[in-house]
Design a protein around this ligand. Structure first.
Ligand code: ATP
Ligand code: MG
Length: 408
């Protein structure tokens, strides 16, 4: 029934050129995320989304729009002719279609096209009276109406709507650089990814697993997580899945159980930094959170970070666990994260991980591992790559088949 969707976007606080870049990115992302089923155009601080022929504005389309970062709210709208009768009829039509017969309303008309002969004030008054006559059980409430019926009379286009569906706001993906998320199968890292995407970051994902234990299910879980993330992402989402068993075995042989977790994390970071550089990411993102587990004390974070000179973003560092869980439920990753399959084999996890550590000491341990950097390169070369778009895997291959790692 609707003709188009009116989009309001976040205040970006800039004018001129930057604003245009923001708007163009947002329009482009909307079209990509909706699989080219719509066209987008700009009119005065709004974006108007029109469905392509034989597509319609339904709840699926609205839900897809809600996941486009940079959008503040969406309002499905009806086009009106620039005459009073049509405006009135379209309002009646909307109210009837939506089965609205009781409650309170307010008409809020805005006329930026001054060639339209009726002033906003009179439109509000006359339309209000006509609605009251046609719907005797509706009442006017100008302060806190149940239904705020908006009428916009603009040069290019005029329309009516009364829904204003709040979205996530943020920035359009692509406005904020590119980073790689270290994606485990847990609850936290998918939320960390989502938050940075919402700030406009382009992204790919890197995960470590321990073949052959629980292989297929672990990979399936990781891919399900990135499929979910890809629903918020307008571009192809690359996911690198790195076999980590050989590195883990080499670390285990050192026989320093309490430090093995930290040594593994350092190695993960070195590998992830290489893949990040290879794929033009300029930072890493983790789901780390201060104090949640032994690996996440401040001291250990410092020791782990020492393994790379790449910037590490930790968007969840100050979050409460409950806030993270709530967010993961809202964005749809929680139900996947709680699947039982572990990302990494428990056999390699220490029973009592050290809560304190020192970079120098870890470097000494690492020097004792023969060929550590070779093992790390091999891990990258043996990784699997999945390309995901709008919730579907569109391609997958082994790293060596298609990619050439630039060795620094
Ligand atoms: P999560 O819920 O994201 O697993 P966590 O609270 O379990 O986090 P840790 O297991 O200490 O915390 O991991 C901290 C961070 O290190 C993760 O959020 C993730 O970014 C990264 N990480 C840990 N394990 C892996 C893995 N197997 N593959 C990729 N990244 C990992
Ligand atoms: Mg974890």
């Amino acid at each position: 029934m609707y003709d188009f969707v009116v989009i309001k976007y976040s205040e970006i606080g800039t004018k001129g050129k930057n604003r245009r870049i923001f708007e163009n990115k947002l329009m482009n992302n909307i079209v990509l995320q909706l699989d080219h089923n719509v066209s987008a155009k700009k009119i005065y601080g709004r974006i108007i989304i029109t469905p392509k022929e034989n597509k319609k504005i339904d709840s699926t389309m609205l839900n897809n729009l809600k996941r486009v970062f940079g959008i503040k709210s969406i309002s499905p709208a009806l086009k009106v002719e620039k005459n009073y009768e049509d405006i009135k009829n379209k309002i009646f039509f909307l109210l009837k279609e939506k089965n609205i017969a009781t409650g309170t309303f307010k008409i809020d008309a805005r006329r930026t096209d001054k060639t339209f002969p009726i002033r906003s004030f009179d439109l509000n008054k006359n339309l209000g009276e006509d609605v009251l006559n046609e719907f005797p059980n509706l009442k006017v409430d100008v302060h806190n109406p149940d239904y705020l019926i908006k009428v916009e009379i603009r040069q290019e286009l005029s329309f009516v709507y009364f829904e204003n569906i709040e979205c996530y706001a943020g920035y359009p993906v692509g406005a904020g650089g590119k980073a790689s998320i270290m994606l485990s199968g847990g609850i936290d890292s998918p939320v960390a990814a989502w938050l940075m995407m919402k700030r406009g970051m382009k992204m790919n994902a890197i995960s470590f697993y321990s073949p052959p234990s629980n292989n297929e299910k672990t990979i399936m879980k990781l891919i399900e997580l990135s499929k979910k993330l890809s629903e918020y992402y307008p571009f192809k989402f690359y996911h690198y899945i790195v076999p980590f068993t050989n590195v883990q075995m080499a670390i285990k042989k050192l026989n320093v159980e309490s430090y093995s977790l930290i040594l593994q994390r350092r190695s993960m970071l070195r590998i992830a930094s290489k893949i990040a550089k290879h794929s033009n990411s300029s930072a890493l993102i983790t789901g780390e959170n201060l104090g949640q587990v032994a690996s996440q004390t401040l001291e250990n974070m410092i020791t782990i970070s020492d393994a790379t000179d790449m910037l590490i973003l930790r968007p969840l560092v100050g979050y409460e666990k409950l806030e993270i869980v709530k967010r993961s439920q809202e964005i749809g990753t929680y139900d996947i994260s709680i699947w039982p399959y572990k990302d990494s084999c428990v056999a390699f996890l220490p029973k009592t991980p050290a809560t304190k550590s020192f970079p120098d000491k870890m470097r000494k341990y690492e020097e004792k591992i023969e060929n550590l950097s070779n093992l790390e390169y091999e891990a990258i070369k043996n990784s699997l790559v999945y390309i995901i778009k709008n919730g579907e895997v569109i391609e997958n291959y082994s790293f060596l088949e298609k990619e050439v790692l630039n060795l620094d």
